[in-house]
Ligand binder design. Structure first.
Ligand code: SAM
Ligand code: SF4
Ligand code: SF4
Length: 356
């Protein structure tokens, strides 16, 4: 039985403490750059690859943006995403540039190009801190079916091997979308992480397709939306236990618990305040500064510096929109519940672990 009221109280309490924390820590703390919409796959649950691609910002300008953010924010966390970021010419130089300036750098990728040993070595040599590799299933056919490319599974798994056998400080994690097709395999992903010496697996709740206009009833027709919610509850309960015992699961306990609510009704009012545009900002491949993927941009780094765009009147207005937004994509990993104080501390104080 899920204690929804307790869970919400817990999250509200944390939101108040986080608001106090924000007053003393410079923000944003995390900068996402989506450097291309191009992709080498055409996954069924993602429309980003369908978008037109003229006018991407060149890597030289992104290096300047890193410098401008470094001057504004001090050392910050840079997350490089896409499309498939490894298709962008110069991505390796951008990562190395950010590392030289003291940033923590993460990359989200399907990793297929890193199945080439030379490219894997080149990536490791940049000093990249964390890499999140999408793997939907152990069963090659299941993965390839979701990712719409025969052989995708084999190349991604080969890339994981190329990275881990080099035994560097790079944290290699899996990113796995929770969907109907992999319900029976979600727990086994933890075994994969343990057996291959990876860092964590981060489960991403399936959401409406990125890159198409939002339809609030999207899940009713989605072939990927999990229908077997009782089975999913049992999996999520087990993941909570694993998270608490071993930390091989990257999601917080609260996020895993909220997924139970979400998958029963993706439009439920979860009362979780979205952090987009406050702690996190995002640039699209064309230089637009966005508070979140879905809302209109507030400026463009072709015309102004990130700091000016972040503090503009338009950005303040957009932050008001974020605070009143009732959508549930705040459950996605990039927006949910990052642990400023560390989940262990919250748990020790008796307010971090979900009750239920
Ligand atoms: C948009 S991709 C970009 C990076 C890279 N191309 C990849 O696939 O890892 C980042 C992550 O978002 C996930 N994703 C894509 N569409 C999604 C959706 N509709 N709901 C939830 N996650 C989604 C992908 O599976 C991937 O783990
Ligand atoms: S999820 Fe990643 S690999 Fe798949 S189409 Fe979207 S951007 Fe490409
Ligand atoms: S919950 Fe609203 S503000 Fe937050 S990421 Fe989703 S659409 Fe954007």
């Amino acid at each position: 039985m899920i204690d929804f009221a307790g869970l919400r109280d817990n999250l509200k309490l944390r939101a108040r403490a986080d608001a106090a924390w924000r007053k003393v820590v410079p923000r944003p703390q995390q900068v996402h750059i989506s450097i291309t919409d191009r992709c080498n796959l055409s996954c069924e649950h993602c429309d980003i690859w369908m978008k037109p691609v003229p006018g991407e910002v060149p890597i030289e300008r992104w290096k300047e943006v890193v410098d401008e953010c470094r001057e504004w924010l001090g050392p910050f966390t840079l997350k490089i995403v896409g499309g498939e970021p490894l298709l962008k010419e110069g991505v390796v130089e951008l990562i190395a540039h950010a590392k030289e300036r003291g940033c923590r750098v993460g990359l989200s990728t399907n990793a297929i190009p890193l199945s080439n040993p030379d490219r894997a070595q080149e990536m490791v040599d940049t000093g990249l801190d964390e890499i999140h590799i999408s793997l939907e299933s152990f069963t090659p056919d299941h993965h390839d079916q979701i990712r719409k490319r025969a052989g995708a599974h084999a190349r991604t798994v080969k890339a994981i091997g190329e990275l881990t056998r080099r035994r560097t400080h790079l944290q290699v994690s899996l990113a796995t979308v929770v969907c109907q097709q992999n319900l029976d395999e979600l727990l086994k992903m933890v075994d994969f992480v343990r057996d291959h010496g990876l860092y964590t697996v981060n489960y991403q709740p399936l959401y409406a397709n990125f890159g198409r206009p939002f339809d609030p009833r999207w899940y009713e027709t989605s072939p990927y939306f999990p229908r077997d919610v009782d089975k999913l509850d049992a999996v999520l309960d087990r993941l909570v236990e694993i998270r608490t015992a071993e930390w091989l699961v990257g999601n917080t306990v609260n996020q895993l618990q909220m997924m139970k609510v979400y998958f029963r009704n993706p439009n439920a009012d979860d009362q979780v305040v979205c952090k987009a545009g406050d702690d996190d900002i995002a640039f699209d491949p064309y230089g637009n500064l966005k508070m979140c993927f879905w809302l209109d941009p507030v400026g463009n780094i072709r015309d102004e510096q990130p700091k000016a765009a972040y503090w503009s009147e338009e950005a303040r207005e957009r932050r008001r929109e974020v605070r009143s937004c009732t959508r549930n994509c705040n459950l996605l990993n990039c927006n949910f519940d990052r642990e400023r104080f560390g989940e262990a501390l919250w748990t020790r104080l008796g307010i971090g672990a979900a009750r239920g």
